[in-house]
Design a binder for this molecule. Structure first.
Ligand code: SAH
Length: 348
């Protein structure tokens, strides 16, 4: 069965990959959605402090060339906030540090270059993780995995069908080789199961690198802690939901991240996982509330905005619970700040 150009249309993951590449290349995604680093500087600041603790705990000689990597850095706000904190609180961590941004959109690369123009650290861009030079690595990725393509399978009375996109409509094709993680999930006719081989592949590449070289990766995104049944594909245009099948490239198309399957991919590749924990729990554990109060004391006129930004990030009914954080570490890394326990799994 071909992925695109077949009679049944274009397979959903091929459509979504094409749609998002066109969307991020042409449009300003921040007209359509707001992400945590854009909501409050507190997000990037506490993650900057997290980076400092992680870097100091890496089993590497002081001054080693550590790669600080971000996947899908958007406007560059998170990286700028993290580097500002590192420069202020942990300047020792900047020695030997280089910043590597994995970003395919030329337009967003330009915005990131502007945001990081004064950061005082070498910054380079890559299309894929494998282009980041070897060495110890700390990687962060906020709302990156949700933008990677998914496949959708629909359970019928007689078996499984896969969703394709044809002229802005769904088409269903019989599927002979249904992946095992799909067949184990849906049972009732009408059940929809989503998988994201692209996200699992990215996480696996990160984990394989962390098995070979010391480091930690932190993925934050909206999604589920377990692999469940149901569809989450969504599209936003100018902040409003639209059909995900609209003309490719005119809306941001995303899906919930299945953190259980991300953790499985990382563990199978030989890395150790922590979480997923709620974003609210992680940010609290990293001192977001205290940081907000300190900012309120030094800028009382902004206290209202600071507190409401914090509430949006950590409130359980806001982003605090739906958004989750999964850390992936080299086996020789003893702990990951902000997380209490290693994730259970066959490899540990
Ligand atoms: N992390 C940012 C932006 C999230 S939007 C924030 O929190 O504000 C998703 C980001 O991932 C954008 O920068 C987009 O261009 C990038 N992106 C999407 N698909 C990608 C891919 N396949 N490879 C690299 N970057 C990608």
């Amino acid at each position: 069965m071909s992925v695109s150009g077949s009679q049944g249309g274009e397979r959903l993951d091929a459509f979504m990959g094409r749609a998002n590449a066109a969307y991020y290349a042409r449009l300003d995604p921040f007209a359509d959605f707001v992400t945590a680093p854009e909501i409050s500087q507190i997000f990037g600041e506490v993650l900057g402090a997290w980076c400092a603790v992680v870097m100091r705990g890496l089993p590497v000689a002081p001054g080693s060339s550590v790669r600080l990597v971000e996947a899908g850095p958007g406007r560059g706000t998170l990286m700028a906030d993290m580097l500002r904190v590192l420069a202020r609180l942990a300047p020792d961590c900047l020695t030997g540090l280089s910043v590597h941004l994995i970003e395919t959109s030329t337009r967003l690369r330009k915005a990131q270059g502007e945001a990081l123009a004064q950061c005082g650290v070498s910054v380079c861009w890559h299309d894929v993780l494998s282009d980041v030079p070897p060495g110890p690595m700390v990687l962060v990725a906020n709302e990156f995995l949700d933008a990677l393509p998914i496949r959708q399978f629909v359970r019928t009375e007689t078996g499984w069908q896969e969703r394709f996109v044809q002229n802005g409509q769904w088409s269903l094709l019989e599927c002979a080789d249904v992946p095992p993680e799909v067949t184990g999930r849906g049972e009732v006719a009408g059940d929809v199961v989503e998988i994201s081989p692209a996200s699992a592949g990215f996480v696996r590449d990160v984990a394989e690198r962390l098995r070979r070289e010391p480091g930690v990766a932190l993925f934050i995104d909206y999604g589920t802690a377990t692999s469940c049944v149901g569809e989450s594909l969504q599209a936003l245009r100018q902040g409003r939901p639209v059909s995900a099948l609209v003309e490719a490239g005119t809306a941001d198309v995303t899906a919930h991240v299945d953190f259980a399957s991300m953790a499985r991919a990382a563990q199978e590749a030989g890395a150790v996982c922590y979480g997923p924990d709620g974003q609210g729990d992680l940010l609290r554990a990293l001192g977001a509330v205290q940081r907000a109060e300190a900012l309120c004391r030094s800028a009382p006129e902004q206290a209202g905005a600071l507190r409401s930004g914090l509430d949006r990030l950590i409130g359980p009914d806001r982003m605090g619970r739906l958004f989750k954080a999964l850390a992936i570490a080299s086996p020789e890394v003893a702990t990951v700040p902000g997380f209490s326990e290693k994730t259970a799994g066959e490899q540990q």
